[in-house]
Design a protein around this ligand. Structure first.
Ligand SMILES: *Cc1c(COP(=O)(O)O)cnc(C)c1O
Length: 604
C-alpha cells in the first residue's frame, strides 16, 4: 500500500512517496520488494497514488511488479487504495505498508501459519505511534486503536504485515462500499476488524512475535528510530545466511540462499492438487522462457540433465526414423552412446571439440544421408564451444527434419525461442543457468512435434516423454514420485530469473567471463577455443607449460578461498575449466583471478 501523501514527513515527501526514503543502501520499499520475492512471492502489486511516477520507475526495474493507481488517494484512506488493487489479486496474498522496515523472518512466519488469514503483531515498540490490538477469546483480530484506553487486553502492536485470502479481501471491499458515505477515509484495518468478526471463514488470527524487529516511518522521529533498528535487522538476517561457496564448475551452479531455503517447506504429498499447481506453474513459466505463449510444452522428470537427453533420444524418433548426431564434445558423444543403447538407426557427424563446425559439410550430410532427425548440443560444456543451433535447425526445418537439442548448459542464459529457432525438442535441467537445485530434468517440446509422439514405440518406461506428458495432462501429477523439495527450489529459481531476466543474466555471466578473460591474457595463459566461438559460459584453459603445474594443487588452493574448479574433459588436450554460470558476481570472478595469479606466480 503506497498511495498515501506521507504528510507527517513534510519536505521529504512533497515530491516523493514515503516508501522511497532510503534506510541503509536502498529505499524502504525496494528493500521490502526484494524480501518479498526472496520469500517466494511471485508477484508484487503496488497500490499507488501520490507521486506514482516513482513507482513506475521501480516497476521498470522489477518485471514482476504490477501497479494499480488510486486516483482518489487524497480523499480516501488505505482501504480505498487496497480496493483499487482487487482486480490484480489472484489468490492468497501478503498485505504490507510501503513505509516499513522489518526482519524478513516475519514473512516466513506468516507464510508458514496454518491460519489462512493472519495479522502480524509485535511486543512493545515505544514508537510513540503504536496501533494497539485487541483479540477475541479465540485470538482473532477484534479491534485496533492508537488510544490504549480504548483497548481491553492487549494482544500486541500492529506491524502492518498481514496475510489474507482473496475471499477475505472481497469481503473487506464490500464492507468499505457499504460504509463509504460515513467513512470515506477508511483505513484497511477497520475493514479487517469488521470482516474478522463477521464469521469463521474470514477470521483473522493475530500472530504476535514479542521481540520482532520492525519500524514504520511516519515522521522524523520514526525515521531516527528506524535508522537505529536497521543494523539489528541486518544482523538478524545475516545469522540465517549460508556459508558461500562459489562453484566455478559447470553445474550444479551456485544458488542464492533464497533458493536453498525454498527447499525447507511443509511436508506435502505430491498428489495433492496444491502441488499440482506448483508443477503446473513451473511448467508454464519454463515454457514461456523457451518459446511463444501456447507453443511449447515443458515435461518434467526427476533426474539429472542426462535423463532429459535420454528421454528425447528414446522417445522422439520412430522406428522408421534416421538420426544424425553431431559429436564435437563429451555431450554429443553421450547422445551417440544413448542412441546406441536403444539400437536406433543413427550416424555420427564428428567434429573438432574446439573449432567451429563445418556447417556446409554437415548440411550436405543431412541431405545426402536422408536423415529424418537431427540431434546436437547447443553449448558444448566440454570446451565452451557454442554451436550454430538456430542456423542448423532452420535448415532442418526447411527439409522437414525433426530437431533435438541438448540445451542443458545454454538454456536460461543464451536467449532461445523454439519457434523462431525451429527447435522441436530441447533438454535442460534445474541446476545450471536456471540456478536451482539438481534433480529436475525438463524437456521442452514444440506442440506439433509432441503430438506426433503418441504413435511412436515406447522403448523404456520411466523416461517415456509421451506417457509422462499425457499423465500430467490428465492428472496434474507426475507418474512417479517427483523430487518435491527440488521443485520448490526450482519455483524460487524461476521467480528469481523472471526478476533478473535472461538477457541480464547472460550479461552478468558475460561480465564474469570478461574478468576471467582479462586475467588469462595478463597471465599469458592460452584458451582452447577461439574467443569468438566461445559461449562465455565456460572457458577451457590449456594447462600451464610449467612442469610444476598440478591441477589438484590449484583446485585445493582455490577451494581454501571458497572457489571450486573443474578439470578438463578432452582426451586430446590438457585443460582445466572455469565456468561462470550460477549466482555469481563479477567481483567474485575477479577474486578468483587473483587466486589463479598467485598460484601461477608460485610456479616460477
Ligand atoms: C551438464 C550437462 C548435461 C547433463 O549432465 P548431468 O550430469 O546428467 O546433469 C548434459 N548436457 C550438457 C551439454 C551439459 O552441460
Amino acid at each position: 500500500m503506497a498511495g498515501g501523501l506521507g504528510t507527517r514527513l513534510k519536505d521529504k515527501t512533497v515530491t516523493m512517496p514515503k516508501g522511497f526514503i532510503g534506510i541503509g543502501d536502498l529505499p524502504m520499499v525496494e528493500w521490502s520488494v526484494q524480501k518479498l520475492f526472496a520469500a517466494g512471492i511471485e508477484e508484487v502489486i503496488i497500490g499507488t497514488g501520490h507521486c506514482d511516477e516513482w513507482y513506475q520507475r521501480l516497476a521498470e526495474q522489477y518485471p514482476c511488479i504490477t501497479l494499480f493507481k488510486n486516483e482518489h488517494y487524497a480523499e480516501t484512506g488505505s482501504m480505498g487504495t487496497l480496493a483499487c488493487c482487487v482486480p490484480g489479486v489472484k489468490g492468497d496474498f501478503l498485505l504490507l505498508e510501503s513505509d516499513l522496515i522489518y526482519d524478513a523472518a516475519g514473512l516466513s512466519v506468516l507464510i508458514n501459519e496454518p491460519h489462512p488469514n493472519v495479522l502480524l503483531a509485535s511486543g512493545p515498540t515505544q514508537s510513540g505511534d503504536e496501533v494497539y490490538l485487541e483479540a477475541d477469546t479465540a485470538g482473532n483480530f477484534k479491534k485496533h486503536s492508537k488510544n490504549r484506553a480504548l483497548i481491553g487486553d492487549l494482544a500486541g502492536e500492529l506491524v502492518g504485515i498481514t496475510r489474507l485470502t482473496r475471499d477475505t479481501l472481497d469481503k473487506m471491499a464490500a464492507y468499505m462500499k457499504a460504509h463509504l458515505a460515513d467513512e470515506p477515509k477508511m483505513e484497511y484495518e477497520t475493514a479487517m476488524a469488521a470482516v474478522s468478526q463477521s464469521g469463521d471463514a474470514n477470521r483473522i488470527f493475530i500472530r504476535k512475535l514479542e521481540y520482532y524487529l520492525w519500524r514504520e516511518v511516519d515522521d522524523e522521529n520514526h525515521l531516527a528510530m528506524a535508522k537505529l533498528i536497521y543494523p539489528r535487522i541486518k544482523e538478524a538476517e545475516s545469522l540465517r545466511a549460508i556459508r558461500r561457496e562459489v562453484l566455478l564448475n559447470p553445474g550444479p551452479a551456485t544458488t542464492s540462499d533464497s533458493v536453498k531455503y525454498a527447499q525447507v517447506c511443509p511436508d506435502i504429498c505430491p498428489r495433492e492438487s496444491e502441488f499440482g499447481d506448483v508443477m503446473e506453474w513451473i511448467g508454464r513459466e519454463l515454457s514461456l522462457m523457451a518459446g511463444k505463449p501456447g507453443h511449447v510444452e515443458t515435461v518434467l522428470f526427476g533426474g539429472s540433465g542426462t535423463a532429459a537427453d535420454e528421454v528425447m533420444i528414446s522417445s522422439c524418433i520412430p522406428d522408421s526414423g534416421k538420426l544424425l548426431i553431431v559429436d564435437n564434445g563429451a555431450y554429443g558423444a553421450r547422445f551417440a552412446k544413448i542412441a546406441g543403447v536403444y539400437e536406433l538407426n543413427f550416424e555420427v557427424f564428428k567434429s573438432s571439440g574446439f573449432l567451429p563446425l563445418d556447417i556446409e559439410a554437415l548440411k550436405a550430410k543431412l541431405i545426402n544421408g536422408k536423415f529424418t532427425h537431427f540431434a546436437m548440443v547447443y553449448h558444448e560444456t566440454t570446451t565452451g564451444l557454442l554451436n550454430p543451433v538456430p542456423e542448423l535447425c532452420h535448415f532442418c526445418h526447411e527439409h522437414n527434419i525433426t530437431t533435438i537439442i541438448d540445451a542443458v548448459s545454454a538454456f536460461a542464459a543464451i536467449p532461445i525461442d523454439m519457434d523462431t529457432d525451429h527447435i522441436d525438442f530441447m533438454a535442460s535441467t534445474s541446476n545450471k543457468n536456471i540456478q536451482g537445485m539438481a534433480g529436475v530434468a525438463f524437456v521442452f517440446c514444440r506442440k506439433e512435434a509432441l503430438e506426433k509422439l503418441k504413435d511412436y514405440p515406447m522403448r523404456n518406461y520411466y523416461l517415456n516423454l509421451w506417457d509422462q506428458y499425457q499423465y500430467f495432462q490428465k492428472t496434474r501429477q507426475t507418474r512417479f514420485t517427483p523430487p518435491v523439495q527440488t521443485l520448490y527450489a526450482l519455483r524460487q529459481a524461476i521467480i528469481e530469473i523472471k526478476l533478473e531476466t535472461i538477457e541480464k543474466r547472460y550479461a552478468r555471466y558475460s561480465a564474469c567471463w570478461e574478468e576471467l578473460l582479462a586475467g588469462v591474457k595478463k597471465m599469458g595463459l592460452k584458451m582452447l577455443v577461439p574467443p569468438e566461438a566461445q559461449s562465455k559460459l565456460i572457458t577451457a584453459i590449456i594447462d600451464p607449460p610449467s612442469p610444476a603445474y598440478n591441477f589438484e594443487a590449484l583446485h585445493d588452493l582455490a577451494r581454501t578461498h571458497g572457489f571450486t574448479i573443474y578439470p578438463g574433459k578432452l582426451s586430446d588436450a590438457n585443460t582445466f575449466r572455469i565456468a561462470d554460470i550460477g549466482d555469481i558476481r563479477p567481483e567474485e570472478m575477479a577474486r578468483f583471478v587473483k587466486v589463479l595469479e598467485n598460484y601461477m606466480g608460485s610456479l616460477k
